[in-house]
Unconditional design. Structure first.
Length: 246
């Protein structure tokens, strides 16, 4: 059995499972995001009803979707290049300014380790679409992070999205969304922007010395660019904008 609950319904144990699952789902570089550090508390405070958790009958966390609401009336093709970071900041701004929130935005969909490969992601996506309808929202948009792109960090996302495995889409996460009814809108090439001094990147890259140039980082979908003379490094992650408009 599977049931869905929202953030306010989580027990302390389920909250612990949730926090641990988020930590395990992403590489260390993603956890350096200033957007996450500065906004996540507000996301959970402002949008508890759109934090959706799948639970089994043994009170184990199967997976979850963290979502926000924003105001959006422009064409989908106008969704910005700054993808995930923009969606987080806009949701907070739109909420605080009291704007009409007509669009559901997905920040992450995670299936926990013990439940991977069992079709639960499709069930969570189906419930997200159902919640969009129940909440009376007009659109559902998500800047998705393809599952296997980290294996090709130097390949542009525009090329990766076209990659095939025989006659099917290569990446399983892109494929799951498309098969669930999503439309690919465009690439957001600076969806997550993480920057900092060279010392930070030495730590994340596990190197004692760095030269100016690009480096492959653990779990990164793209490479890190290092500028020694300016004591600066930046990781700009590409994601893919998709929509689920009925």
């Amino acid at each position: 059995m599977i049931r869905f609950v929202t953030l306010s319904e989580l027990t302390d144990d389920l909250r612990f499972q949730y926090r641990m699952a988020v930590k395990a789902a992403f590489p260390p570089v993603i956890h350096q995001s200033g957007i996450i550090k500065n906004h996540w508390t507000k996301i959970e405070k402002y949008f508890p009803v759109t934090q959706l958790f799948a639970i089994n009958d043994k009170e184990n966390l199967i997976g979850f979707a963290n979502m926000v609401k924003i105001y959006w009336v422009n064409p989908m093709e106008d969704l910005p290049n700054t993808g995930w970071d923009w969606l987080v900041k806009k949701s907070v701004e739109d909420y605080e300014k009291g704007r009409l929130l007509n669009t559901l935005g997905g920040l992450q969909i995670i299936v926990t380790k013990n439940f991977l490969g069992k079709g639960y992601s499709k069930k969570i996506i189906a419930e997200i679409k159902n919640r969009k309808r129940l909440l009376g929202l007009e659109h559902l948009i998500i800047p998705i992070r393809p599952t296997l792109k980290h294996q090709f960090p130097e390949m542009p996302m525009a090329d990766y999205v076209l990659k095939k495995d025989g006659d099917k889409i290569y990446d399983p996460w892109i494929r799951t969304h498309v098969n669930s009814g999503a439309t690919i809108i465009n690439i957001c090439s600076e969806s997550m922007l993480i920057s900092g001094p060279v010392a930070l990147w030495k730590s994340l890259l596990h190197k004692e010395e760095l030269l100016s140039g690009t480096y492959v980082i653990e779990g990164g979908l793209n490479t890190v660019s290092i500028d020694i003379s300016n004591d600066y490094g930046v990781y700009a992650e590409e994601n893919i904008w998709i929509s689920y408009d009925d």
